[in-house]
Write a protein that binds this ligand. Structure first.
Ligand SMILES: [Zn+2]
Ligand SMILES: [Zn+2]
Length: 240
């Protein structure tokens, strides 16, 4: 039986961006929504927010998209600020003022406090997306031989470069990865042709010609090289 992620991938291939990026943006949205509306009072979530000192910068600010979720944000961020205050209050007594700066490198100094204030846990969203990313890439490589997925991938934007690299380093069998390399290379050759056509039609001698699909190739090329906008959080697990 095919996993749900197979059908998700086929559907995401219809978009203008890397299908894995498309799914991760959807997943981040669902996860942030559930944090605010279902887990804002959940003790495990509070513990994770305390340990992580909140979410990473990118995902923290994405919380503000949910206008109706401000109470959830207030509750979760209270846990973070409370944890910060607890760590400061419980820090060993240290010299004050200029002395604090002079002895800053000591075990009780400001620098040691800075170390204690570092996150002790992941950004919950980065962590969730890293797991989802691995499962989508595994499903893609595993099922690329399926005619439906292959046809959808051929019509898609292809993978972005970061997801292509991750797929190549993944556990897929060599033959499946060779297939991915062939299909992906096709997508990039097509994009390069569109970029060159865009440049050519930007010349005054061809200014009268109507732009076709190459019209936004420059924008798609950004996503193709860097991944979709804001798809990669700032505290991704190592090796991602
Ligand atoms: Zn991607
Ligand atoms: Zn994050």
């Amino acid at each position: 039986m095919l996993p749900f992620s197979f059908y998700d991938l086929v559907e995401a291939c219809a978009g203008d961006e890397c299908p894995v990026c498309t799914l991760l943006i959807r997943d981040a949205d669902r996860y942030l929504d559930s944090l605010l509306y279902e887990f804002a009072n959940d003790p495990g979530t509070h513990a994770a927010f305390r340990a992580g000192r909140g979410l990473c910068n990118l995902h923290s600010w994405q919380l503000t998209r949910y206008d109706a979720g401000v109470l959830g944000i207030a509750i979760l961020q209270t846990a973070v600020i409370d944890e910060v205050l607890r760590l400061i209050d419980e820090a060993p007594a240290q010299p004050s003022g200029g002395l604090a700066r002079m002895f800053g490198s000591g075990a009780n100094g400001p620098s040691a406090l800075a170390d204690r204030l570092e996150p002790e846990g992941p950004c919950l969203v980065c962590q969730t997306l890293a797991q989802a990313e691995a499962s989508y890439l595994e499903a893609l490589v595993t099922h690329l031989g399926d005619a439906r997925l292959e046809a959808a991938f051929r019509r898609s934007a292809g993978l972005c470069l970061p997801h292509f690299r991750t797929a190549l380093r993944g556990p897929g069998p060599g033959a499946a990865l060779d297939r991915l390399i062939a299909l992906q290379t096709e997508r990039w050759r097509q994009l390069k042709a569109e970029l060159l056509e865009f440049q050519s039609k930007s010349d005054y001698k061809r200014a009268h010609e109507v732009m076709g699909r190459e019209r936004d190739s420059w924008r798609r090329a950004i996503g193709s090289a860097a991944g979709a906008h804001a798809v990669f959080g700032l505290r991704r697990p190592p090796g991602k």
